[in-house]
Design a protein around this ligand. Structure first.
Ligand SMILES: Nc1nc2c(c(=O)[nH]1)N[C@H]1C(S)=C(S)[C@@H](COP(=O)(O)O)O[C@H]1N2
Ligand SMILES: [Mo]
Length: 252
């Protein structure tokens, strides 16, 4: 689909959703559906908010494209990462037995999962694309535990709005809204192309959010926090990338 027809689709869809073409009505619908991004009115202003709202109204129930097995990239590209912190090497040497994924915040039962526990849980597999904002991409098969199952396990407070996830790399964190957190293709991946997720690709555990750009798929995750407020995290705009001027909602 070309940009223009996609744009037309969004405009038409929005007009239909709003019943009228008025921006005021749209803003109302957006806010009634919890579709105002955390940075609205602060840095990005109304335009960005409405783009986000338009995307979310139309795509929150849609699926990222899945590919057939023959489309899996022969040479997936592992993007370079900053040096991993000192605690990573001993965890790796121990086969990641000591790795824990903490889940806390607005939950009834905070937990810390081992990699082995997550590997035993029912998993979801998907052949999807990692698309970097720099213009390259690759396709791989990812398997892991749907984030929705983890959230169900810990019991999310009904007024929670966002899920923040943190890497063992202290500077790397990102967040998504509840619609994406509960989306069936959002998984805590532990397996790539049928083997343990390799370290260059984020092993032992990585968030896979195939409906958004690659930077939302944070590698080496150690903590998931459920919240209704992104301000306390990083510079307060919901992720290392949005803190640095990229879109918080990076839908593709
Ligand atoms: N912890 C961590 N996660 C990260 C990054 C990183 O540097 N550190 N880079 C991000 C970016 S910008 C992209 S495009 C993808 C790249 O995924 P890949 O290495 O599997 O290609 O990982 C994302 N997740
Ligand atoms: Mo990227």
């Amino acid at each position: 689909m070309s940009n223009i027809s996609r744009r037309e689709l969004i405009t038409t869809g929005l007009a239909a959703a709003a019943g009228v073409a008025g921006v005021g009505a749209l803003a109302k619908i957006a806010s009634a559906n919890g579709l105002i991004p955390p940075d609205s009115g602060v840095l990005y202003g109304t335009g960005e908010s409405l783009t986000y709202a338009a995307q979310r109204l139309l795509t929150r129930h849609s699926m990222a494209q899945e590919f057939s097995r023959d489309k899996i990239s022969a040479k997936p590209f592992a993007n370079e990462v900053n040096t991993l912190p000192a605690e990573f090497a001993p965890l790796q040497a121990g086969g990641f037995e000591g790795w824990r994924l903490k889940v806390d915040g607005m939950v009834a039962r905070p937990k810390a999962y081992s990699v082995a526990e997550l590997k035993l849980a029912p998993s979801q597999s998907q052949i999807t694309m990692v698309a970097c904002e720099e213009g390259w991409d690759y396709i791989a098969e990812w398997s892991g535990v749907p984030l929705e199952k983890i959230l169900r396990d810990v019991g999310v407070h009904p007024s929670a709005k966002y899920v923040v996830y943190q890497s063992i790399q202290p500077e790397w964190y990102e967040s998504i809204d509840m619609a994406d957190a509960l989306h069936p293709q959002t998984i805590v991946a532990h397996t790539m192309n049928g083997t343990d997720l390799p370290v260059p690709f984020g092993g032992p555990l990585r968030m896979r959010v195939p409906r958004q750009l690659g930077y939302k798929s944070v590698k080496y995750i150690t903590r998931i926090t459920v919240t209704d407020d992104l301000k306390p995290f990083g510079k307060g705009l919901g992720g290392i990338d949005s803190d640095n001027g990229y879109a918080w909602y990076a839908g593709i």
